[in-house]
Structure formats: structure tokens, C-alpha cells
Design a protein around this ligand. Structure first.
Ligand code: GRF
Length: 218
């Protein structure tokens, strides 16, 4: 097997998606390894998860930087110092400058808890319930400068139930996130999926198959 791709994971908090990536990377055949975890918030629980897995965790506190540009430069330097080849945003709650996004073009993944392009941005579950959609889900995509936009790698759908609250829907979607983020990372790291302009191509059609998770109570 060729060398595992070195991944930098960007977090801001709880880090359950980070944990899903950590768990996947423990697989002997997984084509990626986590080289560093960077949090923009001191004390983020995800840093403890990294520590627990023996991965170096770093805090780069955005409040200590005068501008987005200087924060992003520090982030970029830390990723390069760690020899990172692919970046995974996992609950990273900072908008990145176009310069940073361009520097990591086609090499940065993000997960968003909706079926993009629906419900970009904050509070997707509240808005999904307000709109009365019957399906929601999660999307892993390649990062572009526009928030929660870019070539889609994988999506997973879950039902929206009549008695859902934003929290119950978020929990169901989170389960879907943990399934597709490691899969999407593996596809990109192994070169079985790649970016072609503004879409993602796959080595074979079944690799792109959407996931449907009925979830609890369905
Ligand atoms: C996830 O729902 C992610 O999609 C969103 O923020 C949440 C982060 O959760 N952007 P965690 O930190 O991975 O547990």
C-alpha cells in the first residue's frame, strides 16, 4: 500500500467527527493518518480526544490574532509544519479567507449537517424543521471560499420525524456524519475520488452511492 496521507483536522469543540476519523485511521488499511489536530478554541473537548489517541493537538486561538488573514497564516504554517497533505474541517466554526482556501484548494474537506445545497450556514436543523422537509442529512464536500459550498463527495440522508426537535434531528444527522466523513476521507486519500472542476469523480459508480440511515424511531 502507498503511504498514508497525512491529515490535519480543524475543530472548535466537542470533536465527535474527529473521533470518527481517529477511529477510522486505526484501521490497518485506512489510507490516511491524522498528523495534527488544531482547535481555534482553547479547551475544546476534541483536543482531549486527540490526546487520548496519542495525536499532537494544538490550540491556535483566533482571539489572539488581529485579522482573519493573520490567523489563517498561523493555521497554514502549523499545517505545513506537521507535513499535512489533506485538511479536514470537523465542526470548525471559523470562516477561512479565500487565500487560505485557495492554498488548500481541492485538498480540504468539510462536513455540514444538511443535504447541501439546502440549509447552508448556522442552525440547519431549526430551518429544516421550519421548512417541513421530510429528509435531512449530512454532506461531506470539498471546501470553496463560499461557506458550506464546494464539490460534494458523499451524502447521507435521514428521515425527519413528526415529533423531532432540533436536538433530536441533530443527533440523528450526527450519526450519519460519523458514517460518511471517514468514508469520504478514505476515498479522497486513496485517490478513488478526485475533484474535476466543480464536481467529484469516482473510480467506480458504487463508491458515490448515497447512504440512507433510518435512525432511531423511524
Ligand atoms: C457537526 O454537526 C458538524 O457537522 C457541524 O458542527 C458539528 C460538530 O460536531 N459543523 P463535532 O464537534 O464533530 O462533535
Amino acid at each position: 500500500m502507498s503511504a498514508r496521507k497525512r491529515v490535519g483536522v480543524l475543530i472548535s469543540g466537542r470533536g465527535s467527527n474527529l473521533q470518527a476519523l481517529i477511529d477510522a485511521c486505526q484501521g490497518a488499511d485506512f489510507p490516511a493518518e491524522i498528523a495534527t489536530v488544531i482547535s481555534n478554541r482553547p479547551g475544546a473537548y476534541g483536543l482531549e480526544r486527540a490526546h487520548g489517541a496519542g495525536i499532537a493537538g494544538v490550540t491556535i486561538d483566533h482571539t489572539q490574532y488581529k485579522s482573519r488573514k493573520s490567523f489563517d497564516a498561523a493555521l497554514d504554517a502549523a499545517l505545513r509544519d506537521a507535513g499535512v497533505e489533506l485538511v479536514c474541517s470537523a465542526g470548525f466554526m471559523r470562516l477561512l479567507t479565500p487565500g487560505f482556501v485557495e492554498a488548500w484548494r481541492d485538498r480540504q474537506l468539510n462536513i455540514h449537517p444538511s443535504l447541501l445545497p439546502a440549509f447552508r450556514g448556522l442552525h440547519p436543523h431549526e430551518r429544516a424543521l421550519e421548512m417541513g422537509v421530510r429528509l435531512s442529512g449530512a454532506t461531506v464536500h470539498i471546501v470553496r471560499a463560499e461557506m458550506d459550498a464546494g464539490p460534494i463527495i458523499l451524502q447521507a440522508a435521514v428521515p425527519v420525524l413528526a415529533d423531532d426537535t432540533p436536538d433530536s434531528l441533530a443527533a440523528r444527522v450526527l450519526g450519519a456524519e460519523h458514517v460518511i466523513y471517514p468514508r469520504a476521507l478514505a476515498l479522497i486519500a486513496a485517490g478513488q475520488a478526485w475533484v474535476d472542476g466543480e464536481t467529484v469523480r469516482f473510480a467506480s459508480p458504487e463508491l458515490a452511492r448515497p447512504v440512507f440511515l433510518p435512525g432511531s424511531g423511524a
